[in-house]
Design a protein around this ligand. Sequence first.
Ligand code: SF4
Length: 201
Amino acid sequence: DGSVSAESVPSLMKHMPLCMNRLMQGVMADHHLKYQGRQQLSLFLKGIGLSAEEALRFWQMQFTSGPGSMSIERFNKEYKYTFRHNYGLEGGRINYKPWDCRTILSKPRPSKNEYHGCPYRDLHRDQLADQLQKMGLDQGARLDDVLELSDRGEYQVACTKVFELVHREKIDTLLKNGDTVDETSITHPNLYYSRSLYLES
Ligand code: SF4
């Protein structure tokens, strides 16, 4: 993937699936994320092309700026290691991969003040409806379809449907021009992202 700077990450939220959007909203509001959320988001960001150096800048900016945020000293002492670790720069030096949907769904569910997981499974129906409207879905049959799929436990199908609704115009234009469009199911947040980016280019 191309290189992504710490500053540009928020502007890329429009290409992120709802799980990552929620984590971004969470870190920007709380200037912190709990363990599972940090792992889920930081490995995703690594997958979209944020280098180890830019990742440290991103997390430091998020954790240490804004009202009630922690000091840079505390960030360096308590958190720097884990973000470097995810890039294989510490500890066992394993090059960790971004989590796919299956891995995300296999982790403990988020409790209060946690934002990780899959929102199609983990949000209450009205919260989910709210988030989907923020992504640009109008209230009505289509939104109800997505809620229905989520209720039935078809989380990835719901996510794929949302992708199609959000990108409908661009998909239609490509199809009209005889281009091929990948309409297989979303199985990985980074797949959602790269498909969205592709449609914009
Ligand atoms: Fe994220 Fe996968 Fe859930 Fe979509 S289906 S929100 S990509 S975990």
